[in-house]
Design a protein around this ligand. Structure first.
Ligand SMILES: [Zn+2]
Length: 74
């Protein structure tokens, strides 16, 4: 199974690329035993930057690329 994006909510972490603190963030990883295992986590700026690259990898996979969108600020 190829890499997939998931939106992680309510978890404090650090952006894999720029080191910024993130709370609701996109993560790319793999689904193992029906559980998402994030490999890299990004802030939204880095997500925008890195997205085409990951899309390229994912296109070779059987699973279609699953984009995530930034949640609306209430
Ligand atoms: Zn970042």
């Amino acid at each position: 199974m190829g890499p997939v994006w998931r939106l992680i909510r309510g978890q404090k972490d650090v952006c894999h690329r720029c080191g910024r603190e993130i709370v609701d963030f996109p993560a790319v990883g793999r689904v193992v035993d029906f559980q998402f295992r994030p490999v890299e986590k990004y802030c939204w700026d880095c997500y925008r930057y890195i997205q085409p690259f990951v899309d390229e990898i994912a296109s070779e996979a059987q699973d279609p690329y699953q984009p995530v969108t930034k949640p609306a600020i209430p």
